[in-house]
Ligand binder design. Sequence first.
Ligand code: FAD
Ligand code: N01
Length: 576
Amino acid sequence: MMADRLDVLIVGAGFSGMYMLLKCREQGLKVRVIEAGSGVGGTWYWNRYPGARVDIQSLDYSFGFDENLEKEWRWSERYAPQPELLAYANHVADRFDLKKDISFHTKVTAAHWDAAADAWNVTLDNGEVIPARFVVMATGCLSVPTDVSFPGIEDYKGTIYRTSKWPHGGVDFSGQRVGIIGTGSSAIQSIPIIAESAAHLTVFQRTPNYSTPAHNGPIPEDDYKEWLADPRAFGARSRATSGGFWNDASADALATQTAPDDIKAELERRWAWGGFRILSGYVDQAIDPAANKIIADFIAGKIREQVKDPKVADLLTPKDHPFGTKRPCVDTGYYATYNRDNVELIDLRADPLERFTATGIKTKDHSFDFDAVVLATGFDAMTGAIERIDIRGVNGETIKEHWAAGPETYLGLMVAGFPNLFLITGPGSPSVLTNMINSIEQHVDYVARIIAHLNASQAGRIEASREAEQTWTDHCDQMAAMTLFTQTNSWYMGANVPGKPRRFMAYTGGLDVYTNICNTVADKGWEGFVIARGDQVLHESRKFDSLPPPPENMAPHLLDMAMGRVAAWMQEHGRV
Ligand code: FAD
Ligand code: N01
């Protein structure tokens, strides 16, 4: 069944898809959104597990494109809980009357480029095929759970829940024996709440994570006043940072060159403020292992302070990765939960999980009976949702084939050989290293600008050149190689999915730097892009020349360390 041709087909109705829809409407485009779920909100639609909330303060994690929207919405807490975030998504959808252009309960299964028409033929799981000039993948970076399974799981007679597909009516664990597998952000948020109602909770931990306290509560008075005085300026300040949120970042302080008492005072101040502030006290933390260890040791001390049993505290202390190289967690009462009589921690490194049984889980040394097991086992991040769609570009190559060695993009926005296909917060953009809502707005605004430009110049298509894609991908790889990020088996590196190519997937240069690069590319007349109509090439700029200059203010020893790692990377990848 072939539908009428659209100007733009958007996949996904999370914050990315919703805002993209609005921007397309502003241009009078014929647009439709396809969403697998039955409502808007994406992440906040699916992840309804107990304790789910943002780890970026809500005042920052809000759209900034409409002054009236900002003024009429009030967050009730510093870190909004999932129901409120979902209510916000619905408020945005209703306020701008978005739902009428969204097809819910529908999945995009394929998108094939039709060169003769300068358009995509998009196939849905209901059999419909929709021709669309542009396709926007607003499919989310953390929207597809990993395919994790365990021997014997089909024999288990109790109930299995996934944090990322939580039942809409909630779950009552009162009086139940519950097991939870995983100790990432989802688990760390849900464990304290599940422990309050369950008769007994067993946490299966393979790798401990660093977590800092949210100190959730009312929005801090000072922040609120500042926001009220000028929401525009508040948002602009956030967007001009590397992380897309104001984090009181130090410009040049080095942990290795600061007196221990001063470091302690500074880290205590940041710990007391809560959340991610601890990440941005010292500029050498992300590059110099010695500096990183100072902060990691401080957090280890905080874990010991909170957990009464020293053996449990030790098990909960990360030892295999530098602080910040996995996304740090932000918790409410996580460590103290292990002081409860009804909570136990099982170290899967010492006592590996062997199988599920009819009544629970068998590890090497123990058997456990559970009424319910929660899988908080994570996502096939950044590429998972895109690669699950059969996307075929100009040569019939699939995007999965194009990314066989890891994702390669131009600016995280487009892929060579896949014209008129845009990624929102795709691999190669700052994305998951930032306050996502600000990254989403920047990307959507930019894609809307590209589409407007093409329409104004009566062009049929835009494509990233392979040269520009290669230069950008090398730049992303080199920027990541400077840091400690690449030394850790994280989902950022694709390491949580067996067989997934190992590449640090986000751009580490910061949202501020990245935004400038994107604007320069546009100002220079769409550098790195080929713009055409049918056989006629209207604009051809194959090289990308707008790399940012090397960091100016970096301490010499840090620069040496970072450049040494880049040189090693170049050698290893034959780029010398
Ligand atoms: P999503 O919200 O993931 O939406 C993508 C949508 O696309 C989904 O609804 C999905 O169903 C749909 N979709 C995917 N594939 C298809 C298909 N083939 N066909 C049809 N529909 C499809 N970021 C932060 O900055 N701060 C936070 O505090 C934060 N907390 C998070 C907490 C959790 C539990 C998770 C999982 C992520 C969190 N994130 C956070 C990241 C979060 O994903 C982003 O902030 C943001 O919500 C992403 O919006 P999005 O619209 O790009 O993607
Ligand atoms: O997933 P994760 P998540 N056997 O990948 C374990 C965002 N988010 O859903 O580390 C045993 O972090 C795995 O162990 P290991 C945020 O960006 C934000 O928690 O592989 N264990 C790990 O402990 C976050 O980073 C919030 O050894 C297995 C866990 O499962 C991202 O989403 C809240 C296993 C997975 O942790 C993902 O977080 C929630 C196996 N076979 C999510 N397989 C906020 O706070 C996996 N594990 C805003």
